[in-house]
Design a protein around this ligand. Sequence first.
Ligand code: ASP
Length: 595
Amino acid sequence: MEYKQRTVTCGQLRKSDDGKPVVLNGWVHRDRNHGGIHFINLRDRYGITQVVVGENAPKDVVDVADQLHMEYCIAVEGIVHARPDSMVNPDMPTGEIEVEVVGMQILSACEPVPFLIDEDSDAKEETRLRYRYLDLRSTNMQKRIKLRHDFVRAIREFLSERDFYEIETPTLIRSTPEGARDFLVPSRIYPGKFYALPQSPQLLKQILMVSGFDKYFQIARCYRDEDARGDRQLEFTQLDMEMSFVKRDDVLLVMEQLFGHVFKKTMDVQLPEHFTRLSWHDAMNTYGVDKPDLRYDLPLVDVDDLARESSFATFKSVLETGGCVKAVKAPASTSVAFSRKYISELEDAAKIYGAKGLAWIKVGAAGALEGGVSKFFGGLEASLVERMGAKEGDMILFVADQWKKTCNSLGAVRIKLAKDLALIDPKAFAFSWIIDFPLFEFNEDRGHWEAAHHMFSMPQAQYLDTLEDDPGSVKGDLYDLVLNGYEVASGSIRIHDVELQKRIFRICNIPDAEAEERFGFLLNAFRYGPPPHGGIAPGIDRMVMIMAGQTSIKEVIAFPKNTAAISPMDDSPSYVDQNQLDDLHLIIKQPDKNA
Ligand code: ASP
């Protein structure tokens, strides 16, 4: 089809273009017909321009304009006119001009759209994903995809500048499950054998260090065959990084500088030079989670001593059995009344993490304690109010249980309070490092120790001699980067010694023979002069989601799966032909697609 190709985009024209002949290509965003005059908002990726089919327009143009519907793709030939001052639209970058149409061609028609293309679509998620090509036309999806592009570009710029090489690693690899289930790809050539899609390029990036590449990164797609749960995708993207001859603080510094650069470049946000560091224990103890949202404070406060002096038998018995009592302050609020109903909502949040209940006290005039368990704190009013930094109208909430349960439960209350009482600055970016994590956790179901992060992380030096004696007490050279309450990166200094690596495998219930079978290629590489090394892998989807002020990663992924792991647009996963199965030597047991 012959058509007039654009000479300008829909976001480009300004007053200084007055009088210019132009051609625009784009989509009919809106078409208002006022007494025979068409005011058409023409849209492309760059913006929206008002084009006008006026009273004096040629007849063939009017005929075409009369056929237009929303989202038709058209070519417009016209003359730019500066609008009179009174007609300038200050909300549109192109609002100083309009284009008088002298020629118009429909490039392609559009069926009635299932939802209006606007800043955001108000359709159900399922509909948005089914018609993702339309959903992606919305201004805000376009902005977010651009932000993602800018983000990745700024990363590439910074790391290339710092001597990192971008190296691709294969997506068909040996199956070495890292915690989640692997996606498997059957080999046609070798019946019964499978490749796996990488859960991350972990072992390959370590091997690249053995090969002397020194500084590596990759914008890496990772695949984990997990049940649909929360805001997860089966495939996601990490900025995968690894460096040789580094210690923990070198890795943390590079990341601080990287994100300092990226945030400045993409959002003009100045981050602090260094991020707050918290040990895993302090994060749990003070905020009740290992990924605390530090946009607000609301610390969990230890009140064991006051609880012991009180006359509240429940608290005392928890203390006697080795538990603890912690409290958090709900600051007085003008929008939320601390009613029984609200307190029971807070209690529900605590119970999700196993708390048996949530005790409370309100602070009245002159520091008097009122309601709830206040009667048990006679004589301790001033000490409690001072400890909590409370004032009139505040409420104090308590959980008493074993340490971890107390932290987790009251941590959930803290998060709910911050949301309900609007204590969060939505524009803030609060980064923190969580360090000194336990290296192992005990898997009750399997009855053995497992790596808390992954099995290739280095134990801290002081535990090296006694790893096997008490795995639960071993701290690893591990670090997580947390942003606004989300874990956005995990990493560690790695083991580079075959014997130590085998000891870790053994603690994780992997005997030497099995280790050789599953991880022999890594152990072999470690027999050839591996350098000390470490790395980290920030999640790109999640970081861009937070930067874009969103709460679901689907908002920053062009073609995500829905929560049931299905892509409604192309209906994957799908059945395949019998001959494809035959090629792959596969027989499907269940389900029968006709059943
Ligand atoms: N490969 C790890 C992960 O995907 C990150 C790392 O340790 O670098 O969680």
